[in-house]
Design a protein around this ligand. Structure first.
Ligand SMILES: *Cc1c(COP(=O)(O)O)cnc(C)c1O
Length: 452
């Protein structure tokens, strides 16, 4: 097919073979006209396709690829998707892993995101043909799921929910908060800094380990906009401690805003100590704020639930427009709430005996492929998303530590944890439907580890 380049070629002398290969490099326009690359261009765009062609041409010039193999090299250089984010099997035993994008979406939520990628009725009532409230059905789903909530609003993330509450309700006024709840949420971000950046003042009460109702009572006054209760979602204070619950705080007269962090809408039996929106509202919180992509198992979002007049005040504040979520988030959130149990919840509720049975099956399969694999009992954790200090009995497969690099850089990538020279693949955060892909990745890594 690329004979125009070959026609001019003579039988090369050995020392000029490389130079001759350079002259035989098929031209970009000729290559791009091939139907296979035309299809790739349609799917991935011109610049990505041209980059693959250029990479193949370079390899031919360098003598790494035979001139007649240039099309195969170009096709092999095409990425599967235009975005660089690569799928990773989460075998870390950390259910909500920040570095892996927190909660994986359910199949229903992914389908909803895909459908919402087109033009959709996000702000339109198709029956009347008039404008409608943005995200109304996701908001209805939230209110129904967290029953005592009169109203709900959705913003970009949990931090945005808190920033909006502080800005709309407390700018120029005081937020009363326990010293034991001045939390850093990660990567150097501290909630006290976020709160004061809105123009609110913090009135800190109590001490790091003990705060009494009387401490709050002494601080609440005409300057108080609200009392803030922040859940310790990534640490635990144990020993000589005392903190005050929402129900007691609600009796002080000022509105109570509770940042529950994890996003559970109702109690989760697998982690009974983790707060949830419905229970917190029933206890008397005026507003609850939370993340959408931790234990709720949905997209990155900030949830605000509670009294209608306060939610309305937040939703109408000018800052709300800067924190608005897109149609993809609204679609994924609604499908997560209304649809089948999310992957995070499935992982939470998995019986450790079933996990061990899966580990045994995997080990069996890997050993048949000549791989030195061992089943083992492990401990998984919820992660940055909540339930600090709680461990969930789990099971996994340990493979030689030398596989770690090949697993991490394979396709799909697999992230486990290194333990005493072995690489441990914990199954609690791995959907059972990924077991075959996980086994395949280990087999590929075993082959790669030998080659290295
Ligand atoms: C995670 C968390 C936040 C921040 O939520 P993002 O969705 O990460 O912005 C705030 N407060 C608490 C208690 C949290 O656990």
């Amino acid at each position: 097919m690329y004979s125009s380049a070959n026609e001019t070629s003579k039988v090369p002398a050995l020392d000029t073979a490389a130079a001759d290969a350079r002259r035989q490099v098929a031209r970009t326009d000729v290559l791009l006209a091939d139907p296979r690359l035309a299809e790739a261009e349609h799917r991935l765009g011109r610049s990505v396709t041209k980059a693959a062609v250029a990479a193949a041409q370079r390899r031919v010039r360098a003598g790494e690829v035979a001139p007649e193999m240039i099309m195969d090299a170009a096709l092999a250089a095409l990425p599967p998707l235009t975005a660089a984010l690569r799928p990773v099997i989460n075998a870390t035993g950390v259910l909500v892993h920040t570095n892996l994008g927190r909660a994986p979406l359910s199949a229903a939520a992914r389908a909803a995101v895909f459908a919402a990628g087109g033009t959709v009725d996000v702000e339109l009532d198709l029956l009347s043909g008039t404008r409608a409230r943005r995200g109304r059905s996701a908001i209805d789903a939230l209110c129904q799921a967290a029953a005592p909530a009169q109203a709900a609003h959705v913003v970009n993330n949990g931090a945005a929910a808190l920033a909006l509450a502080a800005t709309a309700l407390a700018a120029g006024q005081e937020i009363v908060i326990s010293k034991g709840e001045l939390v850093e949420i990660g990567d150097g971000f501290r909630l006290p800094d976020l709160l004061t950046s809105t123009g609110a003042r913090l009135r800190e009460v109590g001490t790091t380990n003990r705060t009494e109702l009387a401490d709050y009572r002494a601080a609440v006054g005409p300057e108080t906009a609200f009392v803030l209760k922040i859940h310790s979602s990534n640490f635990r204070i144990t020993g000589f401690t005392r903190s005050v619950g929402v129900a007691e705080l609600a009796g002080l007269g000022a509105p109570v805003v509770a940042d529950i962090g994890s996003g559970l809408l109702t109690p989760e039996p697998a982690i009974p100590d983790e707060p949830d929106a419905a229970t917190t509202l029933r206890a008397g919180a005026a507003l609850v704020t939370a993340s959408g992509d931790k234990l709720l198992g949905g997209p990155q979002a900030g949830l605000i639930l509670g009294r209608a007049e306060l939610v309305g005040q937040l939703a109408r504040h000018p800052l709300a427009r800067a924190l608005r979520v897109d149609k993809l988030t609204l679609a994924a959130l609604e499908a997560t709430i209304r649809g089948p149990v999310s992957p995070v919840t499935t992982s939470l509720r998995m019986d450790s005996r079933d996990l061990y049975a899966r580990a045994l099956r995997l080990v069996d399969e890997l050993r048949r492929a000549g791989i030195e694999a061992q089943p083992l009992k492990t401990e998984a954790v919820v992660g940055g998303g909540g339930a600090p200090g709680v461990t969930l009995p789990s099971a996994g497969v340990s493979v030689p530590g030398t596989y770690a690099f090949a697993l991490r850089t394979g396709d799909p990538a697999v992230l486990g944890r290194t333990q005493a020279g072995r690489y441990v693949l914990d199954l609690r955060a791995v959907p059972e439907s990924d077991d075959a892909a996980l086994a395949g990745a280990v087999r590929a890594a075993a082959a790669g580890a030998v080659m290295r």
